[in-house]
Design a protein around this ligand. Structure first.
Ligand code: GLU
Length: 477
């Protein structure tokens, strides 16, 4: 019997057969939060028994994804495939205690039984014929080298547990067939490997997706047959797309590394994932990992599926972008393509643009205007504001701004307004072509704040170059 006062031990057990899906990341996060809150251990087990589908690359994506999300694990990573001798020992133990038996039925024989059941309109369940073989017959077949699988014998009655998310769940055992635990090549089937490993790792709470609920009665029976108390179970509801269907690539990004590449911040993704199925109450939404550690509770995980709203994630990410310390933001932007400009200027530009960006990629993109002078101009902008009549206005603006002191956005704006008034124009008549001249596009942050960051030299150079361009014949541009 497990010591009820011993610290909890939980695990995340992904199969390394693809990218780290956000559903898996959410399961990892919940387990991590639980372990950190209770002073327990959060373990990582790579379920790599399917050699054909498991890849090193996928394993790396799992490690990197968890590290990026800040979900550090305790102890050595466990590789399920290395547990093979123990899996086989456990299967042999079950054979020796008579809770499992050898089944010599071939795939073809099973197929016939399946067809017969279908013809009777029955659902197929193995009829235990090999469980009735005499000990002599079994010995004879084993000695003759007849291949066999090992099946677990489901006892009578029902299997029930108090799920930490779904409350009580019960399955009548008669609905569960004597399931295979060891293949004829001696490799374990998922349910045996998981139970054997969870016992070996001392797991006290299994928290995983509720697509595993139908495996749990089988696993509970295996625990008991192996002489162990089952752990607690918490089956976390699935994540759906906005259309109510299981979340997949069809709904947009679904892998942690994709969100990383889009420039979502790990803190924002953690926060967003935590709210998929769990809430701390009081409508509280914004939380740091540390806050989540103190607020997390299994009781507040809801039993129904949650929806993955990409728009909400981007909104939340935008909030994080505004608030993280500047130095950290600069650091996080480094992997993205940044303009080649003075570091002080870049810092100021980041501070100016971050309130409008929703991702690091979007922010890096907006910063491009602080690099090379624009060479191409948005055609719609040219059509509207690129007429030769704007050239003298832009030249006058360039002169006026060059002599404005201090070169700060409020005095620059005053200068701009004064110039427009002198020319009998509205500020927009100056501002729109100026924006196009300075950035190549029509959308930008407030013009004079941007000019302040761009600096006197660059502003002047760009305004004059654009004035020259539009003063020429229209065919020239
Ligand atoms: N490897 C299983 C999966 O990726 C998880 C098994 C478990 O958590 O028990 O779905």
């Amino acid at each position: 019997m497990a010591d009820p006062l011993a610290p909890p031990r939980v695990r995340f057990a992904p199969s390394p057969t693809g990218y780290l899906h956000v559903g898996g990341a959410r399961t990892a996060l919940f387990n991590w939060l639980y372990a950190r809150q209770t002073g327990g251990a959060f373990l990582l087990r790579i379920e790599d028994t399917d050699k054909a589908r498991s890849t090193d690359e996928s394993e790396r994506a799992i490690f990197e994804g968890l590290e990026w999300l800040g979900l550090n694990w305790d102890e050595q990573v466990v590789h399920q495939a290395l547990g093979l001798p123990r899996h086989q020992r456990d299967a042999n133990f079950l054979l020796s205690t008579g809770t499992a038996y050898r089944c010599f039925c071939t795939a073809a024989e099973l197929e016939v039984m399946r067809k017969e059941a279908a013809a009777r309109k029955d659902s197929f369940k193995y009829d235990r014929r090999c469980d009735r073989l005499s000990p002599e017959e079994i010995t004879r077949r084993v000695d003759a080298g007849t291949p066999f699988v090992v099946r677990f014998r489901m006892p009578d009655g029902e299997t029930a547990w108090d799920d930490a998310v779904h409350e009580r769940i019960a399955f009548p055992n008669k609905d569960i067939e004597d399931f295979v635990i060891l293949r004829s090549d001696g490799t374990p089937i998922y349910n045996l490997a998981v139970v054997s490993d969870d016992i070996d790792m001392g797991i006290t709470l299994v928290m995983r997706g509720d697509d595993h609920i139908s495996n749990t009665p089988k696993q509970i029976q295996l625990y008991r047959a192996l002489g162990n108390e089952p752990p607690r179970f918490a089956h976390v509801p699935m994540i759906h797309g906005m259309d109510g269907k299981k979340l997949s690539k069809r709904h947009g990004a679904a892998g942690v590394e994709e969100f990383q590449a889009q420039g979502v911040l790990p803190d924002a993704l953690d926060n967003f994932l935590a709210l998929l199925g769990w809430s701390p109450g009081d409508d509280k939404e914004r939380m740091t990992l540390l806050e989540m550690v103190s607020l997390f509770s299994l009781e507040r995980i809801g039993p129904s599926a949650s929806r993955f709203d990409h728009e909400k994630l981007l909104w939340l990410n935008g909030q994080y972008l505004q608030e993280i310390p500047a130095a950290r933001l600069v650091e996080m932007l480094k992997p993205f393509h940044l303009p080649n400009c003075d570091a002080v200027l870049l810092d100021r530009a980041i501070m100016l643009h971050r309130s409008r960006a929703r991702t690091l990629v979007g922010l890096a993109h907006a910063l491009a205007i602080y690099g090379d002078d624009p060479r191409v101009f948005e055609p719609a902008g040219l059509k509207k504001f690129g007429g030769p009549e704007a050239a003298p206005l832009l030249r006058a603006l360039a002169e006026r701004l060059s002599v404005t002191e201090p070169f700060s956005h409020s005095t620059l704006e005053e200068s701009g307004r004064a110039l427009a008034a002198e020319k009998g124009r509205k500020l927009g008549d100056l501002a729109q072509p100026a924006r196009l001249a300075l950035t190549g596009v029509l959308a930008s942050p407030p013009l004079f704040e941007m000019i302040e960051v761009l600096g006197k030299e660059t502003t002047r150079r760009r305004l004059l170059a654009f004035a020259d361009l539009i003063a020429r014949e229209p065919e020239a541009h």
